[in-house]
Design a binder for this molecule. Structure first.
Ligand code: PLP
Length: 355
């Protein structure tokens, strides 16, 4: 079955795996829904877009993404609104970002019809896989990678764009503990920090492993030049509340421009909360902590939405932050964002995409 250009062919599974799963109770990223979208780029154009049963793909050991890392991805979620209809949260922003990441890695851009129409079609087809229990959602993972069968560093000529989905529960069950590292950096000026490319994550693993060995959940990353300014935490953007001002590192090109970050800042501003996007040093945070002005710290990202930070270890000392029930800013914005994402309240931003 072949359909050329952006028309999407659909081959439905003859044996859904849905009944064998308790989709409201699945560990993060372990079980995948029935179908996946696969689009192929070759001979300077997008060739074929299809939805097929989820399954293995054939690849050559010379496939260039495996050697040179031309691979980018996205992460977003589908929700069920109170009327039982599937919703996507800001998919257009993921579409824009995957092409920005692709541009940085010399990959051709993905047409909007393929990303957006393919995504919507896939979620409609697997809508029964969207969990209904609060805290559980359908996580969507678009991936885009080079498939040239050749060794030799150059931008590839052939690619695959695939979307897979998986029902997931809460990402973190507890507030997170962070440790500042000045041994490793996630990104540096001129690098790929602002792109959501696979290599950034591989490069972060050793720091993450060492953080966990020391009893922490994630690393609090500093800038790659002076190792002074805070950038991100784990795979989330980060914010601090100091003297009732929400402060988050500004997007300098080394930080991933998070969609949750943008949504949270927009909501805070509309709530009349003072927000600052600027350089913020770890010393400023430590000083604010010492004098009792640091009331909250939290991570922002699609997987967790908001992750309260309980502890930050800096230079061997733990800063222990106030308990979550005393935190008004992050908790309030989390509630607002969850109500918007799940269609419980209407929103003026055009973020929610009804299917
Ligand atoms: C490194 C990094 N920073 C920040 C984020 C948060 O981005 P978003 O809110 O778009 O999920 C993510 C997750 O995608 C990430 O991997």
């Amino acid at each position: 079955m072949q359909i050329v250009n952006s028309e999407i062919s659909i081959q439905k599974t003859s044996s859904s795996r849905l009944k064998q799963q308790d989709i409201n109770n699945i560990p993060f990223g372990k079980v995948f829904s029935d179908h996946m979208l696969v689009a192929t780029y070759a001979d300077d154009s997008w060739q074929e877009v299809k939805i097929v049963p989820y399954g293995n793909i054939v690849m050559s050991p010379s496939m260039s993404a495996l050697h040179y890392g031309q691979a980018v991805f996205e992460g977003l979620k589908a929700y069920i609104n109170p009327e039982g209809k599937p919703l996507l949260f800001r998919p257009q922003a993921n579409y824009k970002r995957i092409n920005e990441s692709a541009f940085r890695l010399c990959m051709p851009s993905i047409p909007e019809e393929i990303f957006m129409d393919g995504l919507k079609e896939l979620i409609r087809l697997d809508a029964d896989w969207i969990p209904t229990q609060s805290d559980s959602v359908l996580y969507i993972r678009p991936i885009y990678f080079a498939t040239d069968e050749s060794v030799g560093l150059k931008p590839a000529k052939s690619y695959k764009f695939i979307i897979i989905t998986c029902p997931v529960g809460a990402y973190y069950s507890e507030p997170v503990k962070l440790i500042v590292t000045d041994k490793y950096v996630r990104a540096c000026e001129g690098g790929t920090g602002a792109a959501k490319c696979a290599g950034n994550y591989a490069g972060s693993l050793l720091a993450d492993k060492e953080a966990k060995q020391q009893g922490y959940d994630n690393v609090l990353w500093l800038d790659g030049k002076e190792k002074k300014y805070i950038e991100e935490c784990g795979t989330m953007n980060v914010a601090f509340v100091i003297n009732d001002v929400v402060i988050t590192p500004k997007l300098t090109g080394t930080i991933l421009p998070g969609i949750t970050r943008d949504s949270v800042l927009t909501l805070f501003r509309d709530m009349g909360v003072k927000v600052e996007e600027r350089l913020i040093s770890i010393d400023e945070v430590a000083k604010a902590y010492k004098v009792g002005n640091l009331s909250e710290a939290f991570g922002m990202g699609t997987a967790a939405t908001i992750a309260h930070i309980s502890t930050i270890n800096y230079q061997g000392e733990d800063m222990i932050l106030p308990p979550v029930n005393e935190r008004k800013y992050a908790s309030q914005v989390l509630q607002k964002l969850e109500d918007i994402k799940t269609g419980k309240v209407t929103e003026p931003y055009g973020w929610v995409c009804q299917l």
